[in-house]
Design a protein around this ligand. Structure first.
Ligand code: FE2
Ligand code: FE2
Length: 137
């Protein structure tokens, strides 16, 4: 395990925090597999995990966007824009490039994903108000 979601990255909104946790679980699972030279068929599993991560990120963004829409959060459009850019970046990753010799390539991808997630959660998601706070405004 490499990527840790410490408490400074919690938004205080349970659904969102749980989903962020799951994104990091997937990134860690992928990292462990990249590092495990002995695992059989690991590249197929890594490709499957990266696909799962991509799909789960899209699901999470949709949930977060629904939540922001519901509370009429004023920064929801810039959040959405960042989500779209991330999904676009992910789709530019060519998983066909992965072969047995590309551990470094995979680690770079994972680091990019994790850095983006850490930055986005800290700078953007942590500012999203809890529903009761938003309603009280
Ligand atoms: Fe977000
Ligand atoms: Fe998020």
């Amino acid at each position: 395990m490499k990527y840790e979601l410490t408490k400074d990255y919690l938004t205080g909104i349970d659904m969102i925090d749980e989903e962020h946790g799951k994104l990091f679980d997937l990134a860690n699972e992928c990292y462990d597999l990249v590092m495990d030279d002995a695992a059989v068929d690991r590249f197929d599993r890594i490709v499957a995990l990266l696909e799962e991560l991509r799909a789960y990120a899209a699901t999470h963004f949709a949930h977060e966007e629904e939540y922001m829409e519901r509370i009429q959060y004023e920064r929801r459009f810039s959040e959405r824009y960042q989500h779209l850019r991330f999904i676009q970046k992910l789709s530019e990753i060519n998983l066909d490039d992965i072969d047995e010799n590309q551990q470094e390539y995979l680690l770079n991808i994972l680091d990019f994903l994790a850095r983006w997630l850490y930055g986005h959660i800290k700078v953007m998601d942590c500012r999203i108000p809890k529903e009761d706070v938003a309603a009280a405004k």
